[in-house]
Design a protein around this ligand. Structure first.
Ligand SMILES: [Zn+2]
Length: 473
């Protein structure tokens, strides 16, 4: 099992089933996205890349059209090589983990594929509730620290109004259950999904972990509390669906990119010195870094995945890699105030914690010590939050229109051209005027007519959406 370094033996059985669930959405006005939710600690990058490559081959799905999120349950399996330095594995265990990882890759491809093959007419609506059990956990428990208690909810219904799917999220570690638990379960997120599905027979409930890396469920450490938090979250979802929800329409536009993040400068001597430290994981981290340096690889940076999924002008989903601290969700909300937004963490790769500038300055587990367990050369350099928000703005911009058109516009007009086109999409009335002005300036550059057409689409009456679900498993 993964999540706690203190566990001494393998799992003792299954408390509730771990699920992988997929939602495929295709808009009649263009574009599609497959969202996969998993009761897993994290999806490592090589695994999400493999799944994406297979789905590209089988279904022509682009990388930006696949979002894989991990619930970060700490009562689930190790997903190799995620958190590879959390514990020293007994002989022969690593081979089993690699076998499981390969089985998992095929299972996730198959669940996403089943969703893509099960499309039928549907409508989508967005709303938001709140649940108060997440508490800032910096320096043990910090009741005055920042939290994000919002519970975004996406409801998908068929043409007769029957609910087919519910996507819901929360910014909190999935760690009600501590290292003394040896039975597999989805923790509060798993219990919440079960409760929602019981209330809505035939519906699939998909949980997304938001920016909750420095948040814990409070109180925690018993099974009853895990069920209680799950119920609290399920009630918040229900309330959001009883309140007025707003329609979500197409087209679905997606963008995915890797941003380069830098670690604070470290020398080989720094890592050599770590071999004499008291924390066993730090000693092992020092050894791993020296080996990596010896093999000629760099350890001073990492490629960080970011994704934006935009449903017309009605909703944007930002999906960030890593264990993202709450400041990112709060800042994204502030920067994109006025537009419905879901900011997920734990998406497409979980390679380490992602501290904000504030958390990095303060130091502690999320900034420094957690890097040992992930075998990363952290802490990050001071500009980590700045780099991530620059990349967020970039994917958000590019998700507002098709990549090819975005590139053409960007080549000629730079960021200003993209911003103008985004403005066009927000304002149907000025759309024609601005598009014409761009044409005049550009002297009829190729792609502009298409850009104008694409810009018009979001304001067309919300066309039907198609959604597909396979059963979870
Ligand atoms: Zn964590």
């Amino acid at each position: 099992m993964s999540g706690y370094a203190a566990r001494t033996h393998p799992s003792e059985g299954v408390l509730n089933r771990l699920c992988a669930k997929a939602l495929a959405i295709e808009s009649s006005s263009g574009g599609r996205i497959v969202i996969v939710s998993t009761d897993l600690i994290g999806i490592p990058r090589d695994l999400s890349d493999e799944i994406a490559a297979k789905l590209k081959k089988q279904f022509g799905l682009n990388r930006s059209q696949l979002l894989i999120n991990a619930s970060h349950t700490h009562t689930g399996p190790i997903v190799w090589p995620n958190l590879r330095n959390l514990a020293v594995l007994p002989a022969g265990e690593q081979e089993k983990l690699i076998d499981y990882r390969n089985v998992l890759a095929n299972a996730l491809v198959s669940v996403a594929g089943s969703a893509l093959k099960d499309l039928s007419l549907a409508t989508m609506e967005f709303g938001e509730g709140a649940a108060g059990f997440a508490i800032n956990r910096r320096a043990a428990i910090n009741p005055n620290g920042p939290v994000d208690h919002r519970v975004p909810v996406l409801r998908i219904a068929d043409t007769s109004g029957r609910i087919r799917g519910i996507v819901f999220g929360y910014a909190c570690h999935n760690t009600t259950l501590t290292g003394k638990f040896y039975q597999l379960s989805g923790d509060y997120a798993g219990f919440a999904a079960e409760a929602i599905e019981q209330r809505h027979p035939g519906a699939t409930a998909l949980f997304l972990t938001l920016c909750g890396a420095d948040q814990n469920p409070n109180p925690r450490s018993t099974l009853d509390l895990a069920r209680q938090h799950g119920d609290t979250l399920a009630v918040a979802v229900e309330k959001a669906m009883e309140a007025r929800m707003t329609p979500v329409s197409g087209p679905v536009r997606t963008a995915f990119r890797l941003a380069e993040l830098r670690f604070a400068p470290r020398s080989r001597q720094d890592f050599e010195a770590e071999r004499n430290r008291k924390v066993p994981a730090q000693v092992r981290r020092g050894e791993i870094m020296i080996k990596t340096l010896d093999s000629g690889k760099k350890v001073d940076r990492l490629d960080y995945p970011l994704q934006a999924v935009r449903f017309g002008n009605t909703l944007t989903v930002l999906a960030l890699g890593g264990e993202v601290t709450v400041d990112y969700g709060l800042r994204a909300r502030h920067e994109y105030s006025g537009e419905p937004l879901i900011t997920a963490g734990y998406s497409n790769d979980v390679m380490c914690y992602i501290p904000s500038a504030r958390v990095l300055r303060e130091g502690g587990y999320e900034s420094v010590d957690s890097m040992f367990y992930y075998a990363q050369a952290g802490p990050f350099a001071d500009d980590v939050e700045q780099r991530i928000f620059a990349a967020i703005r970039d994917v958000a911009r590019h998700a507002a229109l098709s990549r090819r058109i975005a590139n053409e516009i960007h080549d000629v007009f730079g960021d200003l051209g993209i911003d103008l086109l985004n403005l066009v999409q927000h304002q149907a009335a000025v759309m024609v005027l601005v598009a014409h002005r761009l044409q005049a300036v550009g002297g009829g550059i190729p792609g502009l007519h298409e850009a104008a057409d694409a810009a018009a689409a979001p304001d067309a009456p919300g066309g039907p959406l198609y959604s597909g679900f396979p059963g979870g498993s």
